[in-house]
Design a protein around this ligand. Structure first.
Ligand SMILES: *[C@@H]1O[C@H](CO)[C@@H](O)[C@H](O)[C@H]1NC(C)=O
Ligand SMILES: *[C@@H]1O[C@H](CO)[C@@H](O)[C@H](O)[C@H]1NC(C)=O
Ligand SMILES: *[C@@H]1O[C@H](CO)[C@@H](O)[C@H](O)[C@H]1NC(C)=O
Ligand SMILES: *[C@@H]1O[C@H](CO)[C@@H](O)[C@H](O)[C@H]1NC(C)=O
Ligand SMILES: *[C@@H]1O[C@H](CO)[C@@H](O)[C@H](O)[C@H]1NC(C)=O
Length: 943
């Protein structure tokens, strides 16, 4: 019996062993089992005895041999043990973006079939073993973003098939190895296209022997090292070069003249060295798009005339280079020029960018020079900085005397409304909540230097998406954000890749994406050049973080729960105490405090600070509105109703009475009192008083007789809003908003600009109303306020939706929609159509009135001044551009409206009299609207 059992188990074992041998090669299986022992966090699919047959994640086989391991971004922990050498058929090894501390084993040199070794961002340390030179088939070697120390092994020179050598961002030291006798060196790598050796501690001279006409290098990246000596003239022999980065070293001497032989070079970086002698003559480098020679010790010189021959130049950066004299106007004629940065030089005279300047021109930074005048008032699309020049010394208030804000960008949603998402999920450009694979793209030589032209990011995003799809990755969409120029000269950009079908990627998906990005075989669109990618941890393989929760996490979780409970109890105790104290204080102060009856539970628990407004009693307001009679009701909304009233003095007022029991409304109510009592401008509705009495919350406004612009446009108020009147209304509203943004202290973002919040007084002056949703900006929030998204559909800034970061540019967006309504008299969303899309689709700039007659309001179409409809359309479209930083400021909008009015023969500064005259004249001839329509449709705050 016992014997039989033993026999049985033996049979099972034998079947298993032979079964294994039959499917996956035994040596390979044993090697993987050994790796399993040292690697933690392996994919759950690494189970069973047949890696090739059982679809282990990241393993590919040819017959029974393991040929590829691709486990990028799997959160692996552990070491790369020498067991790897037993996988003798391995061709591809990619373990990027894992946590494999320790050294690269010498035995790696036994993987004779290896063509691709990618270990980006793995936390590896120690020296790169010499045995790396004994991988005869190796083509791609990417060891970037680790902690490798010691020298670059000369044996790498033996890798005769090597195409990409990327050792960027390590701690490598010593000199760049070149061959000598029987010792190999990098000069032997005649098949190599890429030497990426930047961001290390390499020292010594750049060996002249490194370069020869046999080399076929495309990218030479040696930046951010400690290289000394002069630039060898042999560099001029490598005719294939397209990107040369020698910046941020300690190079000295003069630049060799034959550098200008490199006719294919597009990006040349020589910045931050100790280069001397004359500024190199680069005549003939007609492919050059990006030139950075900043911070060197070149001889003082006038701006050299030959720059005009660099007809492909997009970015010219020569800060601190001792350039003096007058900047020639011809520089700005270079057709693709986008950025000119000549900070800290001795340029003098007058800045003249001429009238034929490049259409692409975005940024001219001439900080700290000696410029005394400027001839060209450029449009707001060109950012000019003259801070630190005599022209700005006497308290110049011009825009060019302020340092421009950093521009930002993020991929806008694709004609959809982003969703608010749960905890770790993010709304994709296609407006789905999912867990994106994310990380940082690092571009070491982008040709552009400013981010104003966001179409470059659009094309990068498109190309990435099609690359992922062409490699059958389950990708829904790609989002890019937050471009940043780093001190090391690189451009960094956040990348998020969203899954399709599911809201998370499985392991196959992630390792596939990691391989595409770590392998650097994705070709970037023009202007981006070489890149690398650093992934963030991805822990959502099963749709939640649960898979990644360790016992330590659970401990933390329990701790947090207990801590939370203790806190809750504490706050209860404190709350009860505070409540009692407050009750006592209230009873004591009841008589003297005018706000005693203010109900804190309905105002978010605080009493507003108000100045200048009158405190009315409930009875006073009851009387002046005829007991809040229905006859006097002139508007209503979520917060309650608005009544017309007459004060004992005879003054008409609008009384906004909050509905009982709306606590949300309470917070908005208190906000509105505080804000309105502080702001005073003729284009803003004034607060006259308020009422806290008898549990009521009421606001008393000046009464605005002609109702809202919304009602005006629909014809309900009976006032004909012709084109001239619309321009004046646009101007008034823009002035009101401009005041909120730039003159109120602290600045205020309105958050709900719409035609129903723009009211028209007796002279048809626009007055902006309803600050219930407004947001004052605190000291720390000069650029944006992060907040829950509020506002009105149709006027929403899509970027605000995406980022929840409210900026003044969100109001600019809404104002752009208002301009479109002025043009078309259509509501922003009408019959399911969005006015923004309608106008963009119909528009054809080559046609008269931009081909918009079909959707223009007939009143506008029939009585306009040539050119002004087009100009208002242009302005509206600028206001509704999706990246907020591309939109003009309200001040710029205001100026443009003034220009348009002048063009139309109107004086923007005399609007009230002119408007009043025409209005009164019409009023006198025949009463254009009944008093009934007035009372039912005008008011301080329509919904
Ligand atoms: C380089 O290759 C040569 C010949 O292929 C060989 O003799 C030499 O040992 C190799 N050197 C290194 C450092 O691997
Ligand atoms: C720069 O080089 C070009 C062509 O090599 C030459 O014609 C020109 O005179 C040089 N300019 C200066 C200022 O040396
Ligand atoms: C500008 O600088 C140049 C060279 O330093 C000098 O010769 C010239 O006189 C200066 N021009 C003005 C207007 O200051
Ligand atoms: C992983 O995802 C891809 C694409 O969504 C799918 O085809 C594949 O079957 C998934 N693999 C597993 C093991 O679920
Ligand atoms: C990623 O996860 C590893 C542990 O697996 C951790 O050590 C590392 O700090 C994480 N990195 C980031 C950026 O969270």
């Amino acid at each position: 019996m016992i014997c039989w059992r033993i026999l049985c188990s033996l049979l099972v074992v034998l079947v298993q062993v032979f079964g294994t041998a039959a499917r996956t090669n035994t040596d390979d299986f044993v090697a993987l089992e050994a790796l399993k022992d040292v690697w933690k966090n392996l994919p759950p699919s690494w189970d069973g005895d047949d890696p090739c047959g059982n679809d282990w994640d990241g393993i590919s086989c040819s017959d029974d041999r393991v040929t590829s391991i691709s486990l990028g971004s799997m959160n692996l922990n552990g070491q790369l043990s020498s067991d790897i050498q037993k996988l003798s058929a391995l061709v591809i090894l990619d373990l990027s973006y894992n946590n494999l501390n320790g050294a690269l084993p010498t035995s790696i040199g036994n993987l004779k079939k290896l063509t691709t070794l990618i270990l980006v961002g793995c936390g590896l340390s120690g020296r790169i073993p010499d045995s790396i030179g004994s991988l005869p088939e190796l083509q791609l070697l990417s060891l970037n973003s680790n902690n490798f120390v010691g020298p670059i092994p000369p044996s790498i020179g033996n890798l005769s098939k090597l195409y990409l050598l990327d050792l960027t961002d390590n701690k490598l030291s010593g000199t760049i190895p070149v061959s000598k006798g029987s010792t190999p060196g990098l000069d032997m790598l005649v098949s190599a296209g890429h030497f990426h050796l930047g961001k290390n501690q390499l020292s010594g001279e750049i060996p002249p022997q490194l370069f020869s006409s046999k080399l076929t290098l495309i990218h030479l990246l040696l930046e951010n090292n400690r290289l000394t000596g002069s630039i060898p003239s042999s560099l001029g022999l490598v005719q294939t070069l397209e990107v040369v980065r020698l910046d941020r070293n300690s190079l000295s001497g003069s630049v060799p003249e034959n550098l200008s032989n490199l006719l294919r070079v597009q990006e040349l970086f020589l910045a931050n060295n100790y280069l001397t002698g004359p500024l190199p003559n680069l005549t003939g480098m007609t492919s050059l798009t990006h030139l950075d020679m900043s911070n060197n010790s070149f001889d003082a010189t006038d701006f050299p005339p030959w720059f005009s021959s660099l007809q492909s130049l997009a970015a010219l950066i020569m800060d601190d280079t001792h350039i003096q004299g007058q900047l020639p106007v011809s520089l700005f004629d270079i057709p693709c020029l986008q950025t000119v940065s000549l900070k800290n030089n001795q340029l003098n005279g007058t800045l003249n960018i001429g009238s034929d300047h490049s259409d692409e021109l975005e940024l001219i930074d001439l900080r700290n020079n000696s410029i005394e005048a400027i001839t060209q008032r450029a449009g707001y699309s060109i950012e000019i900085t003259l801070v630190g020049n005599p022209i700005c010394n006497e308290g110049g208030t011009e825009k060019y005397c302020t340092i421009p804000q950093q521009q930002n960008y993020s991929t806008p949603p694709k004609s959809c409304t982003p969703l608010p998402c749960d905890l770790d999920k993010t709304s994709s450009p296609t407006c789905r909540c999912a867990y994106p694979y994310s990380g940082t793209l690092v571009f070491s030589a982008p040709s552009f230097a400013s981010f104003g032209n966001t179409s470059v990011f659009g094309s990068l995003q498109q190309k990435l998406l099609s690359k992922f799809r062409s490699e059958s990755q389950p990708v829904d969409s790609v989002s890019l954000s937050n471009p940043t120029r780093k001190e090391d000269g690189n451009l960094e950009l956040n990348l998020q890749v969203f899954p399709s079908g599911q809201d998370y990627f499985n392991r196959t998906g992630i390792s596939g994406l990691a391989l595409i990005l770590s392998k650097q075989t994705f070709t970037t669109p023009d202007g981006f050049g070489p890149y690398s990618f650093n992934a963030n941890n991805y822990t959502y393989f099963t749709g939640s973080r649960n898979s990644g929760i360790s016992s330590a996490h659970i401990g933390a979780l329990v701790g947090a729960l207990v801590g939370g409970l203790v806190l809750l109890l504490l706050s209860l105790v404190i709350g009860i105490y505070a409540f009692r104290q407050k009750k006592r204080a209230e009873i004591a102060g009841k008589k003297s405090d005018p706000f005693a009856s203010w109900d804190p539970s309905r105002s978010g628990g605080r009493v507003p600070h108000v100045k200048g407004a009158i405190c009315f009693s409930f009875d006073e307001l009851k009387k002046c509105t005829d007991n809040f009679s229905g006859m006097n009701e002139i508007g209503h909304g979520g917060y309650g109703k608005v009544y017309r009233g007459t004060l004992p003095s005879g003054q008409l007022v609008a009384v906004k009475r909050a509905q009982h029991g709306s606590s949300q409304g309470g917070i908005e109510f208190a906000t509105e009192i505080e804000l309105l009592s502080r702001v005073h401008h003729k284009n803003l509705v004034s607060l006259l008083g308020f009422c806290f009495d008898q549990g009521e919350q009421m606001l008393v406004y000046e009464y605005i007789i002609n109702g809202s612009l919304k009602d005006g446009l629909t014809g309900r108020t009976g006032i004909r809003l012709d084109w001239m009147r619309r321009l004046r209304i646009a101007l008034g509203a823009a002035r009101g908003i401009h005041y909120l943004h730039e003159l109120a202290d602290p600045p205020i973002i309105h958050r709900d600009i719409k035609t129903s919040n723009i009211l028209l007084d007796e002279r048809l002056n626009a007055k902006v109303a309803d600050f219930g949703l407004s947001k004052p900006m605190g000291e720390q929030e000069r650029s944006h306020v992060t907040t829950e998204v509020k506002g009105t559909a149709g006027y929403f800034d899509p970027e605000y939706y995406m980022t929840q970061q409210l900026t003044q540019k969100s109001d600019v967006y809404s104002f752009g929609v208002v301009l479109l309504e002025l043009l078309t008299a259509r509501r922003p969303i009408e019959k399911g159509k969005y006015i923004v899309n309608e106008v963009k689709q119909a528009m054809d700039k080559t046609k008269d009135m931009y081909n918009l007659e079909g959707i223009l309001d007939p009143i506008v179409a029939s009585n306009t001044v040539p050119g002004s409809v087009e100009k208002v359309t242009d302005l509206a479209l600028k206001c509704i551009q999706e990246p907020g930083f591309n939109r003009p400021t309200m001040g710029e909008v205001l100026k443009e409206i003034e220009n348009i009015m002048e063009l139309a023969g109107l004086n923007p500064n005399a609007e009230s009299t002119a408007s009043s005259q025409s209005f009164d004249a019409r009023k006198a001839s025949s009463h254009p609207y009944t008093s009934e329509s007035l009372s039912s449709h005008s008011g301080a705050s329509p919904p």
